[in-house]
Design a protein around this ligand. Structure first.
Ligand code: CTP
Length: 443
């Protein structure tokens, strides 16, 4: 019996896929189809797959062409599969010519001609109207955001506005965007806007954008007060618009996986979450704006693992603050929960080890610095030989993952709401508000 194997994502299964499967089957007697797992696709930068692995497998099964369906989960698996299943022929479409020649050492490799005029990418584009993104703020951060947005299909960064006309013109030239001379013009050109500014300006930009009918993705923290949060969510709901907080850490493949592992009990009950984040900016004038200080800058990121792992119902909170001339350099906070404690250090203009340690009753998780953009973590136990190491590749700057979630939410995927809840955002706002009101202990 001649065994043939082929691989693909098979998102929104189309006639090009079916033609390929038929031709692949005709190369032998038995066809194995490898369907890529969600995390494998994300890891190789294919970010916009619309269907879940289960749905894609089901679609391939329903063609009735495959004799066996397997899941492709990791790089290098093809060699393993070929040997394990005793495969005679490996085949894929002609878009991959040359790419799999290294498998000739293990079996015959055949590239089949691809069907013209159809692809999953094309179907995805047709299915979801393109979202035109406008950018508020001409900075190096927004430039990175625009670059990352180019990796997410279904959205195109088109226009920019900044209060400084010179910077705005320069930015528009550099990033090849339309330059808007007013916010109104930017909103008129856009379906969604990205807001990057100091936190005290967020609310005004967010409300203006929502009022103008634009979805919003805004840097953290979204708001300074709970009233602001309520008013902005009420307006977003009334208008049927997405208001998304850009916490890129949350969407990093490693971070998401870490939360799932902890929930499944790998370290027992979580008793302590301890995180630290700090940065000394290059700009010597960084202390000029108090809203760039420790907790304004890091609050959301530092608090999220604590709230995600220990819940939003803390019983008590203490914040110790090192301030000079109205600028906060370092905040150390402790949150007390029923049966657990969370603590954070947030520094701007001071430096510390940016690690995260999650302490459990049977083991702990160690995430090395910088934990908020990590690809790597370890689960450690009393017996060090039981240490498990996890690595999840993040492509580029990592912002593409949050942009992808933003696009998915605009396109009506609900999952995101449950992963980053309004309750969590409200709690972070509550703590930022306390900090802003000066309910801190000076050190
Ligand atoms: N394929 C094909 N003809 C097409 C599209 C895909 O023969 N018009 C083949 C690919 O060469 C591959 C298999 O079908 O061997 C699965 O491809 P996949 O990447 O899942 O589909 P695409 O439509 O190419 O997806 P995308 O647009 O996301 O790259």
């Amino acid at each position: 019996m001649k065994k043939v194997i082929t691989y693909g994502t098979y998102d929104l299964l189309h006639y090009g896929h079916i033609a390929l499967l038929k031709r692949a089957k005709a190369l032998g007697d038995y066809l194995i189809v490898g369907v890529t797992s969600d995390s494998f696709d994300k890891g190789r930068g294919k970010l916009n797959v619309q269907q879940s692995l289960a749905d894609r497998i089901e679609a391939v099964r329903q063609t009735g062409i495959a004799d066996q369906i397997i899941v492709e989960e990791y790089e290098g698996q093809k060699i393993d599969d070929i040997q394990k299943y005793g495969v005679d022929v490996f085949t894929v479409g002609s878009d991959w010519v040359g790419k799999f020649d290294y498998l000739r050492e293990y079996c015959e490799v055949t590239y089949l001609s691809r069907t013209e005029g159809i692809s999953s990418t094309q179907l995805r584009t047709e299915k979801n109207a393109n979202i035109r993104l406008g950018v508020i703020g001409a900075t190096s951060r927004t430039e990175r955001f625009v670059k990352e947005a180019r990796y997410v299909s279904g959205l195109s960064a088109d226009a920019v506005w900044d209060g400084d006309a010179g910077k705005r013109a320069e930015f528009a030239r550099k990033c090849d965007l339309m330059e808007c001379s007013s916010l109104e013009e930017l909103f008129a050109q856009s379906d969604a806007v990205y807001v990057f500014s100091t936190v005290n300006l967020h609310y005004d930009y967010v409300m203006a954008a929502l009022s103008a009918g634009c979805h919003v993705i805004c840097e953290t923290p979204l708001f300074l007060t709970k009233e602001e949060a309520e008013a902005a969510y009420a307006l977003a709901d009334e208008k049927g618009l997405v208001l998304f907080e850009a916490v890129k850490t949350l969407w990093y493949p490693a971070f998401k996986h870490l939360l799932l592992l902890v929930s499944s009990g790998v370290i027992g009950q979580v008793k302590d979450v301890s995180v630290a984040c700090s940065q000394i900016p290059d700009d010597p004038d960084f202390t000029k704006n108090p809203y760039e200080g420790s907790l304004y800058d890091w609050g959301t990121i530092a608090l999220l693992p604590i709230l995600k792992l220990l819940g939003t119902e803390y019983r008590d909170v203490r914040m110790y603050d090192y301030r000079e001339n109205g600028f906060s350099y370092l905040t150390r906070g402790t949150l007390l929960f029923d049966g657990a404690v969370g603590s954070f250090k947030a520094g701007r203009g001071v430096k510390t080890e940016g690690e995260m340690i999650i302490t459990g009753t049977s083991g702990y998780i160690y995430v090395p610095a910088p934990w908020w953009i990590t690809e790597y973590f370890e689960i450690r136990y009393e017996d060090l030989r039981k240490t498990k190491k996890y690595f999840f590749k993040a492509e580029g700057d990592g912002m593409r993952y949050e942009i992808l979630e933003f696009v998915r939410m605009i396109n009506g995927h609900q999952g995101t709401h449950y992963f980053h809840t309004r309750e969590e955002i409200r709690k972070v706002t509550e703590l930022i508000e306390m900090f802003d009101r000066g309910e801190i202990i000076r050190i």
